[in-house]
Design a protein around this ligand. Structure first.
Ligand code: PLP
Length: 446
């Protein structure tokens, strides 16, 4: 296939693959939109050893210790990769509830909630979520991503402004893009920057979009200060509690509960894929707003409802999360312990103050090499590369859960300490040589 004339994207062909990132391959290179850009394919081949860290195969449940496939063989690992914060994904009562629903309701919902996918279990979950959060109503989405995207795009219009923290999740940004509204960004957690952003669009309807806990940095949104600024401008606020719901706040009602601002947040959004250990998203708020949203959120109207099996599991997870606050206590004790020990090891966790901890490496090659070494030694962490984070914040991310024992955490710390200490410049040079050689081999073969 001939390249598209004047496209200019072929400059990537001659660049050092180690200097490229996913942001380099978004221009089409040929006349066939179904063909992957050839430079991307070559880049992937050159970095195959790093790419193989993605989409790892889990051979068991997302428990604190689990088994993954590593290099074609089962590998027992301490799991610092999972959002199963309270251990509910594999809780026996949750599993039993899902089994029960499988018998009564079958596997799938087989239709949009609007037409045929709504069941008595879905309705019960809506009511339970609304009651849990002290709201008039709640609606469910079949994914957290779809919930955020659908809520933002379902409520904002062309002349509105979405004012997003610059560390916002892509589902929120994509929601704003889909709504075709104007978007503004403000510096992460910075009230002065938010103030300036709101001033630029005075007179328009504005929605300030923030998160309870940021998924990459593991820090809290500064909700009270940011809400003060939004209020001063007559702007509304939307809080994404994906990572904080059920895991944070005395009763589990998220960061808004923890910071005492629940009554200042009219619409609250969360996911069931993190502390609930399941799948899906929800938004809770006033009956009138949600009745409108039910008809305008495309991922709600035009996509199949959550499987009833999953809904039954979530109902049980919510019940346990409310009944057993000690799960949250354990989660936070584990998080604080792990933070303290990482600090003692001199490991940089950026701004994190929660159970999500980026272990900042700031160098792509080194990060991938360390990730491999950690898996070899039985510690499973997730690679986080640019453009998901800025280049100097390239890291691997560790999440602790309530299910980790002190022995799990201590072993993880030993592996981390040893691996980071043993990672010498000599290894780094050997690695670079290996990269250069595979790059050369590729050039010669093309
Ligand atoms: C902040 C935030 N919002 C929304 C989502 C989307 O949620 P889900 O994975 O349930 O689709 C995520 C996913 O990790 C997230 O981190």
């Amino acid at each position: 296939m001939e390249p598209v004339k004047g496209d200019g994207s072929h400059k990537e062909m001659n660049q050092d693959p180690a200097k490229l990132s996913l942001s380099n391959f978004i221009a089409g290179e040929s006349r066939d939109p179904l063909e992957a850009p050839p430079t991307f394919t070559r880049w992937m081949q050159a970095g195959a050893w790093a790419v193989e860290l993605y989409e790892p195969e889990l051979l068991a449940s997302a428990d604190a210790r689990t088994t993954i496939d590593y290099n074609g063989r089962p590998r027992s690992v301490i799991n610092l990769c999972s959002y199963n914060y309270l251990g509910l994904a594999n809780h026996p009562e949750v599993v039993a509830a899902a089994h029960g629903a499988l018998k009564t309701h079958g596997l799938g919902a087989c239709g949009s909630p609007m037409l045929s996918g709504m069941t008595d279990l879905h309705r019960e979950l809506e009511q339970r979520v609304a009651e849990f959060l002290g709201r008039e109503d709640a609606m469910l989405f079949n994914s957290g991503f779809g919930g955020a995207l659908g809520t933002i795009s379902g409520l904002l219009r062309k002349n509105d402004v979405a004012v997003l923290d610059n560390r916002s999740h892509l589902s929120l940004r994509d929601g704003a893009v889909l709504s075709r509204c104007r978007t503004e960004k403000f510096e992460h957690n910075d009230p002065a920057s938010l103030d300036a952003a709101l001033r630029r669009h005075a007179g328009r309807r504005q929605l300030v979009i923030v998160e309870g806990i940021y998924s990459m940095d593991g820090d809290f949104g500064h909700l009270d200060e940011l809400i003060d600024v939004a209020d001063a401008h007559g702007a509304r606020i939307f809080v994404d509690e994906a990572h904080s719901m059920l895991a944070c706040g005395e009763k589990g009602r998220g960061a808004a509960e923890k910071f005492g601002v629940e009554d200042r947040v009219p619409l609250i959004y969360g996911t069931f894929s993190k502390a609930f250990g399941a799948l899906g998203g929800f938004v809770a708020g006033s009956k009138e707003t949600l009745r409108y949203l039910r008809f305008y959120a495309h991922p709600y109207v035009y996509s199949c409802a959550l499987p009833p099996v999953v809904v039954a599991g979530i109902l049980k997870a919510l019940e346990i999360g409310r009944r057993e606050p000690e799960l949250r206590t354990r989660l936070w004790e584990n998080a604080n312990y792990f933070h303290q020990k990482l600090r003692e090891l001199g490991i940089d966790t950026g701004k994190s103050t929660t159970y999500i901890m980026p272990i900042v490496i700031g160098d792509r090659e080194r990060m991938y090499r360390l990730c491999h070494e950690l898996r070899r030694r039985g510690l499973w962490v997730a690679p986080v590369d640019y453009p998901a984070v800025p280049q100097n914040k390239i890291c691997f991310r560790a999440c602790v859960t309530a299910k980790h024992t002190r022995a799990d955490l201590d072993e993880a710390l030993n592996i981390l300490g040893d691996t980071l200490k043993g990672d010498s410049k000599v290894k780094s040079a050997a690695f670079r040589l290996r990269c250069k050689m595979s790059e050369l081999a590729l050039r010669m073969s093309s």
